[in-house]
Design a protein around this ligand. Structure first.
Ligand SMILES: [Zn+2]
Length: 326
């Protein structure tokens, strides 16, 4: 076979990401990675909200060492791709209690010198109900970044955001908040996060994870959001394969792919990073944690070919959203 010369974009991009220290996986849930088994594969067809409860089974039955083993397996998968830093949510609630914290402590001891890992508390039970709030308080002390999921406190999203922002401010930590996940113009959670961040005076400390639904809104609305996001330095994390599978609906919106509108955000000088989100669990049974696959989906789904920006998204922007000094 004759060797041919062509512009090998993958090679080019990977080389430059390496020069920047390697990939950053800015959003994942390592404590639940590789929890897909033959007997829970049937849950993969359930809705997102149903899965929020279905994962209880595995959380209840897992020992600290099982959680540790899964996390270690996932961390090594990242190290094998020369990932330099990871931002991982871990469940801390009345089902799993402090088991993921204990596993994470061991992970830190074992891998802390090889790879930077920032832990973030997943509040799958919300933060308002009494028991949920107890575990939110408990977890907040351990983690590096305060996590949020306003969708879990449906109807009380404002209160949810007020609680996590106040906590983050008190502990001098950043917040990472799952918002606008459902790819519908009925959601306006990114806007709410911006308003609440501004009210809490937490400019530059908040990161929106996903913001998919933003892409379902009309251009004027999107522009407004980019402008106010810039004002408070809201940063974003896109997890392309996590939401590209958004279900078909009869709701008519602007034509778009179900992905964070990264191409537009970059035009507004907003910081966007990338993450794998769930890996091989009942949410994302086929996701294998491959960083190039995520970047490829991001660029294809947005028709986004600005190479320098793609390299930043995959590397240094991840350090920024994790609050790691460059
Ligand atoms: Zn997530």
């Amino acid at each position: 076979m004759k060797k041919i010369n062509f512009f090998d974009l993958k090679k080019e991009i990977l080389k430059k990401i390496k020069k920047n220290g390697g990939f950053v996986n800015a959003h994942c849930h390592l404590d639940r990675a590789f929890t897909l088994f033959k007997n829970n594969f049937k849950y993969t067809e359930m809705t997102l909200q149903e899965k929020w409860s279905l994962v209880d089974e595995i959380k209840r039955n897992s020992t600290v060492s099982q959680i540790y083993d899964r996390m270690a397996f996932a961390v090594e998968k990242m190290i094998s791709q020369e990932v330099q830093a990871i931002g991982t949510f871990i469940d801390i609630d009345d089902v799993i209690k402090d088991k993921a914290i204990k596993a994470s402590e061991k992970i830190k001891q074992k891998y802390g010198k090889i790879i930077k890992i920032k832990f973030i508390n997943q509040v799958l039970k919300g933060v308002i109900e009494k028991k949920a709030h107890y575990w939110f308080d408990y977890g907040s002390e351990f983690v590096d970044i305060i996590g949020g999921l306003p969708g879990k406190d449906k109807g009380k999203e404002e209160e949810h955001l007020e609680i996590i922002l106040e906590k983050a401010k008190k502990l001098n930590k950043m917040v990472h908040v799952h918002v606008d996940q459902l790819n519908t113009n009925k959601e306006k959670e990114t806007e709410l996060l911006i308003r609440k961040t501004k009210e809490a005076n937490m400019n530059g400390k908040a990161v929106a994870v996903h913001s998919i639904s933003l892409a379902a809104h009309k251009k004027d609305y999107r522009k407004k959001i980019y402008n106010i996001a810039k004002e408070i330095n809201l940063m974003f994390i896109s997890c392309p394969t996590a939401w590209i599978d958004s279900r078909r609906t009869e709701n008519l919106t602007v034509t778009h792919n179900s992905v964070t509108p990264v191409d537009e955000m970059i035009d507004y000088n907003l910081t966007v990073a990338i993450g794998t989100d769930n890996i091989a669990d009942i949410y994302k049974p086929f996701t294998d944690g491959d960083m190039w696959t995520e970047l490829r989906f991001l660029l294809e789904a947005n028709h986004f070919y600005k190479l320098d920006k793609l390299i930043e998204i995959a590397s240094i922007n991840g350090l920024k959203v994790l609050g790691i000094n460059l």
